[in-house]
Design a binder for this molecule. Structure first.
Ligand code: 5AD
Ligand code: SF4
Length: 439
């Protein structure tokens, strides 16, 4: 019997990449690969890349450079690049870094086994097509291994919104929703394997409109169908666009007990002028009114968001409008980025904001967000939450998990198992997590 070949996958970027990496590992499992945690003993290295911001692609090239020594020692080592940088750069990657054997875009992962076989003949393999077939359906022959208590499940991919700063519509392609029955059977399978919480993924997840038995289903209808699965305790979804926040989804936040009170709803800016130039097709006011409605349905919902500072033509006044909006919303989590030009997107051609100005604004915004996050987290002290335990905590005897609001919580562990869902009273708030005791 030949020893299994070893596969090392490094994943950058969003949760969808995490999901895709799992699928790729399973697909290559059929080619005799097992995963390894270190690049040093790998027979194949795959970088699953992200192209959302500038530095991400540069990191990929410098990471590839570091494999030079490994490949010199082991010429049969295969190096592949997957994900959105692969889609955007294509052949350019092999030109810029000749030690790359394989380049595969996100829509072609089901072709990975053939591509790997091709590299074994010494040829290079490139596939950045947008094929018609359902890649997840083709990737389905996975082993029935036991899983941890939480899992991601992609329900929708791509985006038709074309925000002026964003590469996603180009790298992930047009918006496509998976049929509901495939999602439901994948969810049932995950639950059978020990999963208790599923996060539905999509670049525009609330635009979901996959085929159901009686026509297209909305995300809310899909959530209600998942709600019926015994053993599935928690449902989350990410990332949403404000314009696709349908009434039924808002209602579900109030009525579906398995749907967790956490919503990632990026707004990007608080200035209507900038929102318009970003092609966001909502205003700061419409976003705030939307949050009012969501909070009316689910008063304790924890809001999270994304912000870009220094978008072309952003003035100090525009930036202040963003600060004001953050003040008004009171986020539990928020992610903020300096605008970075993405080749091929409309905003890349416009007059750019000075780099120092961007950095200074980012600092002010992050300081505000940090204070706000911390205050929201501190306000949990004294409250009772439910915690899904995922793993031993940092200190001996502790178990760690997530509350319904996605706060990390650790508890002294006597008698708590991985996958347990328990009521916990929060007693302390630290830098990045809460401490508590079982009720
Ligand atoms: N520059 C900076 N941030 C960006 N994002 C998307 N594109 C860019 C860009 N060109 C941010 C947005 C988005 C998040 C995933 O990344 O805030 O919501
Ligand atoms: Fe990118 Fe999101 Fe805008 Fe789509 S909605 S273009 S994924 S930022």
């Amino acid at each position: 019997m030949t020893a299994p070949k070893k596969l090392f996958i490094k994943t950058y970027g969003c949760q969808m990449n995490v999901y895709d990496s799992e699928r790729m590992a399973e697909a290559l499992g059929g080619q005799g690969y097992v995963e390894t945690k270190s690049a040093d003993d790998a027979d194949m290295i795959l970088l699953n890349t992200c192209h959302i911001r500038e530095k991400a692609a540069e990191k990929v090239y410098s990471e590839l450079g570091r494999f030079k020594g490994l490949k010199a020692d082991k010429p049969e080592l295969k190096i592949g690049v997957a994900g959105c940088v692969a889609q955007a750069e294509g052949e350019e990657i092999m030109r810029r870094q000749p030690l790359v054997d394989l380049v595969v875009g996100p829509q072609s992962y089901h072709r990975l086994p053939e591509m790997e076989a091709r590299t074994r003949t010494g040829a290079k393999a490139l596939d950045t097509d947008f094929p018609e077939e359902d890649k997840f359906e083709k990737l389905k022959n996975r082993p029935k291994a036991k899983r941890g208590p939480t899992a991601f499940l992609t329900v929708q991919e791509g985006c038709d919104k074309f925000c002026a700063f964003c590469v996603v519509p180009y790298t992930r392609g047009a918006e496509v929703s998976r049929p509901a029955d495939r999602i439901l059977s994948e969810a049932r399978d995950l639950v059978e394997r020990g999963v208790r919480e599923i996060t539905l993924l999509g670049q525009n997840v609330n635009a979901y409109h996959g085929a159901g038995a009686d026509g297209d289903m909305t995300l809310a209808q899909l959530i209600w169908a998942l709600d019926k699965i015994d053993g599935l305790e928690r449902i989350r979804f990410t990332t949403s666009h404000p314009n696709d926040m349908g009434d039924d989804l808002i209602e579900a936040h109030g009525a579906c007990s398995k749907l967790m009170p956490y919503l990632h709803l990026p707004v990007q800016s608080g200035s209507d002028k900038i929102l318009k130039r970003m092609n966001r097709s909502h205003t700061a006011e419409s976003y705030l009114r939307l949050i009012e409605r969501i909070r009316a349905a689910r008063p304790d919902i924890l809001m999270s968001g994304d912000f870009i500072v220094g978008f072309p033509e952003e003035t100090e006044e525009d930036f202040q409008a963003t600060m004001d909006l953050v003040q008004e919303v009171n986020y539990g989590y928020a992610y903020s980025f300096k605008y970075s030009t993405r080749p091929g997107t409309p905003a890349a051609e416009r007059a750019q904001v000075d780099e120092d100005v961007k950095s200074e604004r980012l600092q002010r915004l992050q300081a505000l967000i940090t204070r706000q996050q911390r205050a929201v987290q501190d306000s949990m002290v004294g409250k009772e939450v439910s915690v899904l335990f995922e793993k031993p905590g940092r200190q001996a005897g502790q178990m760690g998990g997530k509350s319904e609001y996605l706060h990390a919580v650790h508890v002294e562990g006597t008698g708590i198992g991985v996958g347990d869902l328990r009521r916990v009273r929060i007693t302390a708030s630290g830098t990045n997590s809460l401490g508590g005791e079982l009720v």
